[in-house]
Design a protein around this ligand. Structure first.
Ligand code: FES
Ligand code: FES
Length: 156
């Protein structure tokens, strides 16, 4: 079936099987492999992207559900040179170890700070409930989200 959507600012059309998941479309068709797949059952959040500005789990949506929508992946928020302030905050505050969960964590964190520019630690924890990390521990991740929020507010 034909799919038309915008991904990271680029309008594109593709012919896909109706059962294609959004996560597989991004990774396999577009080679946007920053969107990770950890569980395929909507539990880990590694596949989190933005669909029309809201964080969604791309393993839990059909690509066709993105018809006419705007999808943003971790590649879409990463500047050509350097890092997005939220990425830099994760690096600076040791909010990652293996990094597998990190793209999803960052996309969820950005969804949060878009709605709440200065979230409390509790709100950050709540917002990241759907994102699992198996190695770093959440203390540094929450600290990174706070720092990223501050950096973004300072830039605004
Ligand atoms: Fe989508 Fe785990 S791969 S939530
Ligand atoms: Fe390894 Fe989170 S940094 S799973």
């Amino acid at each position: 079936m034909k799919l038309s959507l915008k991904v990271n600012g680029r309008t594109l059309e593709a012919h896909i099987e109706p059962r294609t998941l959004l996560a597989d479309f991004l990774r396999d068709h577009l080679r946007l492999t920053g969107t990770h797949i950890g569980c395929d059952t909507a539990q880990c959040g590694a596949c989190t992207v933005h669909l029309d500005g809201l964080a969604v789990k791309a393993c839990n949506l059909l690509a066709l559900q993105g018809e006419g929508c705007e999808v943003t992946t971790i590649e879409g928020i990463t500047p050509r040179d350097g890092l997005h302030p939220m990425q830099a905050a994760f690096r600076d505050h040791h909010g990652l170890q293996c990094g597998y969960c990190t793209p999803g964590m960052i996309m969820s964190a950005l969804d949060l700070v878009a709605r709440e520019p200065a979230p409390s630690r509790e709100r950050s924890r709540e917002a990241l409930e759907g994102n699992l990390c198996r190695c770093t521990g959440y203390q540094n991740i929450v600290t990174a989200v706070e720092a990223g929020a501050r950096a973004l507010a300072a830039k605004a």
